[in-house]
Design a binder for this molecule. Structure first.
Ligand SMILES: Cc1cc2nc3c(=O)[nH]c(=O)nc-3n(C[C@H](O)[C@H](O)[C@H](O)COP(=O)(O)OP(=O)(O)OC[C@H]3O[C@@H](n4cnc5c(N)ncnc54)[C@H](O)[C@@H]3O)c2cc1C
Length: 490
């Protein structure tokens, strides 16, 4: 007797949606992905203008094994789809007092560089990197690789070990307190506090466990995809198509249909599409508010403060800057005040920390000859009704002045191409609630560890993937959300 092929519908083709589509297709489902945009990728899409190429959002690539794993699982060779290389240095840091240092890929060399440039003993850096490696080993099985919300997670031996070690992972203090105990030099504290921004949080509040975010970069390596980060979504999309996944673009899902406490399909453009499994890759707040307003939303998760957003200036620059590398950070003169603006005032500090990512350094094809593509990002609050036109105009002036001062040349006349994204446009393009980049902020113990589960406890056959749910924001965690769903659907 022929077994009926079950249908899975995925709402959205961000990294989480693409990875879930692949995993369910491999499981034997007929998978249909509805994407509101004309193209796949969500935040991991691309921008092409005036001969320049930029990734829309993510720039740092870590834990590549999580991506490779997906291709190997489907009997594919990852290098047939994308290629990547380890980067060195990982990042060039510019401090307001004129100090410049390079975070080398080699840990000992990085620690020695810190000692030479700041006087902070190299052994403190090595000890910090060892500590966060330990925290990663202790926490990954329970907080990252499994559904934190299923009893069997707690019953697994590794998870129990993680729970027993919980006092060692630093939930009781914030990142800045822990880093100030470890390091004497303010610049080194600022450098390691920065990792709170990787999930849109505030190092002066977020639990020190989040220092673990620096672990993949320093202990395992930072990587560059040959075609830039959009290669990632491109490779995933290609694999999904090969596995028979059907993509429908310009197709905004309007409703998740629930009958007898079971998800039975979705409405798109007024038509009903039935399914045995529905997975939402849409931001979890909007999934509840827009797609199933009649369902009870878990108040605490939904109302938790949201992560920061970003203003990004995608600049085509006429000229080459040898002192810059792939990743560059220009720190603000007052980090606590900068975060007070982000977290409390919901405004942009006059001297923001500026991140400049230049993929042309590794991929010359991303710019015309003699030029560089600067993806220039500052962290900003999520949208809270601010006048973004005014804030962005002011920030643009301040960023240009800061970079010009640091580089010893007025960069404004060198900008030959410009595109700008703000919390408003990020929300419009990716449907992220308030334009926040990573869903809930991880500024308290609860929100740092308990995000919305990858399944609905009220509605059968309904699952959630992507950066706004467990285990969190960022490309590797979005890939893990798909892996967790794979494990949940038996
Ligand atoms: C500026 C910026 C910088 C970042 N930097 C990094 C970095 O360096 N490293 C890193 O790892 N991560 C980074 N991130 C975060 C990372 O990009 C995201 O965590 C990840 O790409 C989010 O993937 P996702 O699966 O949540 O889907 P999203 O990218 O949020 O995509 C969701 C998709 O669903 C679609 N959708 C929504 N609602 C509907 C609907 N009703 N019907 C149909 N389709 C719908 C949207 O159109 C969108 O395509 C950055 C993000 C940004 C914006």
């Amino acid at each position: 007797m022929n077994k009926k092929i079950k249908t899975a519908i995925i709402i959205g083709s961000g990294i989480g949606g693409l990875a879930t589509a692949i995993r369910l297709a491999r499981k034997g489902y007929a998978v249909k992905v509805f994407e509101a945009n004309p193209d796949f990728g969500g935040k991991a899409t691309k921008i092409e203008k005036d001969g320049f190429f930029w990734g829309f959002g993510p720039s740092l690539f870590t834990l590549p094994e999580l991506l490779d794993e997906l291709f190997v699982l489907c009997n594919r060779k990852p290098s047939d789809y994308y290629k990547y290389h380890r980067v060195d240095p990982i990042c060039n840091y510019f401090f307001p007092d004129g100090t410049r240092l390079s975070a080398h890929a080699d840990r000992e060399k990085f620690a020695a560089e810190i000692e030479t440039k700041t006087g902070e003993p190299a052994r403190h850096v090595i000890s910090h990197l060892n500590q966060i490696q330990k925290v990663y080993q202790v926490t990954k099985d329970i907080f990252l690789f499994k559904s934190l919300h299923k009893l069997r997670t707690y019953l697994a031996f590794k998870s129990l070990r993680a729970l027993f070690n919980i006092s060692t992972i630093g939930i009781g203090t914030n990142m800045n307190v822990a880093n100030s105990r470890r390091f004497k030099d303010k610049r080194v504290i600022q450098l390691f506090n920065r990792y709170a921004t990787y999930n849109g949080s505030d190092p002066y509040i977020a639990p020190s466990t989040l220092n673990v975010i620096a672990h993949p970069e320093y202990n395992q390596g930072a990587y560059f995809l040959d075609g830039g980060m959009p290669d990632l979504s491109h490779g995933l999309h290609q694999l999904a198509v090969e596995l028979g996944v059907e993509f429908v673009f310009n197709a905004k899902v309007e409703k998740i249909v629930v009958s007898n406490k079971t998800a039975t399909g979705v409405y798109v453009n007024g038509s009903f599409y039935p399914a045995e499994v529905v997975v939402s890759n849409m931001d979890i707040v909007y999934t509840y508010q827009k797609l199933m307003p009649e369902q009870k939303a878990p108040v605490k998760v939904i109302q938790s403060p949201k992560s920061t957003s970003a203003v990004i200036f995608y600049w085509g620059i006429k000229g080459k800057f040898p002192e810059l590398d792939l990743h560059n950070i220009f720190f603000s003169d007052n980090y606590p005040v900068e975060f007070d603006y982000l977290t409390n005032k919901k405004l942009i500090y006059k001297d923001p920390t500026v991140y400049v990512f230049i993929s042309t350094k590794y991929q010359p094809k991303h710019s015309p000859d003699g030029c560089e593509n600067w993806f220039t990002l500052i962290n900003v609050p999520h949208d809270a009704g601010q006048d973004w036109d005014v804030l962005v105009a002011e920030a643009r002036k301040n960023v240009i002045a800061k970079l010009s001062k640091n580089l010893g040349i007025d960069i404004e006349p060198l900008i030959s191409s410009e595109t700008i994204n703000t919390p408003k446009t990020i929300e419009a393009k990716t449907h992220s609630y308030l334009g926040s980049l990573y869903g809930n902020a991880s500024n308290d113990k609860y929100s740092a560890f308990l995000r919305h589960p990858n399944f609905s406890s009220e509605v059968r056959n309904l699952y959630f993937c992507g950066g706004s749910v467990h285990p969190g924001g960022g490309v590797p965690l979005c890939l893990l959300s798909a892996k967790i769903i794979d494990g949940l659907i038996r």
